[in-house]
Design a protein around this ligand. Structure first.
Ligand code: R5P
Length: 297
């Protein structure tokens, strides 16, 4: 039993109204506490943005270049990421459970690169997502793809399951081989995902990106895409955040870089500090030099 509180006076600061601040993320103000708390583990409240490190590629393409050994190639990058995007298999086998940042678990799958990629189903139960304490679940949406309706149905079912447990859903707008990657298409795909209830949308940077972010009522994170020279990847990250993206979800342009630890930190400068890409490239070069000096003793 606690001792009885015998203080004669108490201070309720009756003249000070309780704070009621809007949540920092676009379109997320009306969400429940658990959902907001999970989103705040992905997006940094100080900048409103995220550097999410994507390494879920193995779910359809096996041991992608740079991901041959997640324990050796990716785990050392984790301290520089705000959030991770990965499969539950890699989470359980390679990521230390002492990890305290956000993580988005791949929740759709089925076909490998040898088959029609839009032919996906949901690939995790909500029970397992809860058991893993995921920050969000990610599902691929193939607008205009062969199995468009099924992928949209995967999205909406996952949103319903996630909402029941306070888990946000990240919709990934997949761009098929024959699809036009322009602002008109990306506006269509991202808006459909948000209208159907996604909490976050991941999509590619295209010219006219400001119209994509303006037309999407929830945060957009920029997908990295295939490996580019460092300066080009930094430019697209810079352009994306300056044009309204809430950060990046980048994979190959980090883990296939000549110096992934330097690249992820340079991307962080662009995303969180609005650093110009040319200056971030200098950061990259200088960190890379340090890594090489340390390696050579
Ligand atoms: C692909 O479907 C996965 O969702 C990747 O996480 C995504 O493409 C981001 O990786 P990258 O920057 O390599 O394109």
């Amino acid at each position: 039993m606690p001792e009885a509180d015998t203080a004669a006076t108490k201070n309720f600061s009756t003249g000070t109204p309780a704070k009621s601040e809007p949540f920092f993320l676009k379109g997320s103000n009306e969400l429940d506490w658990g959902m907001k708390n999970r989103l705040a583990s992905i997006f940094r409240p100080d900048s409103g943005r995220t550097v999410m490190l994507a390494f879920d590629h193995g779910y359809f393409q096996g041991p992608t270049t740079g991901l041959e050994r997640i324990d050796l190639n990716i785990v050392p990058l984790i301290p520089y990421a705000d959030a991770l995007m990965l499969t539950r298999g890699i989470l359980r086998t390679c990521i230390p459970p002492t990890y305290r940042g956000g993580f988005v678990v791949r929740a759709s799958g089925g076909p490998s690169i040898l088959k029609e990629l839009s032919d996906e189903e949901l690939a995790i139960s909500i029970d397992d997502a809860v058991r893993l304490n995921v920050s969000a679940m990610a599902v691929q949406v193939f607008i205009g793809g062969e199995y468009e309706t099924r992928s949209v149905n995967n999205l909406t079912r996952l949103i319903d399951l996630g909402n029941r447990h306070g888990i946000p859903t990240l919709a990934v707008t997949a761009v098929g081989k024959d699809m036009n990657r322009d602002a008109r298409y990306i506006r269509l795909a991202t808006r459909i995902c948000a209208e159907l209830g996604a909490s976050i949308v991941k999509t590619y940077y295209v010219p006219g990106f400001d119209t994509v972010t303006a037309g999407c009522p929830v945060p957009i994170v920029m997908a990295g895409g295939k490996k580019l020279p460092e300066i080009e990847a930094l430019r697209s990250a810079h352009n994306a955040v300056q044009e309204g993206a809430s950060g990046v979800d980048m994979g190959r342009n980090i883990f296939q870089s000549d110096c992934p630890t330097a690249m992820i930190q340079a991307v962080g400068k662009v995303v969180h500090e609005n650093m110009a890409p040319e200056d971030a490239l200098e950061v990259y070069r200088s960190l890379k030099d340090d890594v090489e000096k340390n390696r050579n003793g």
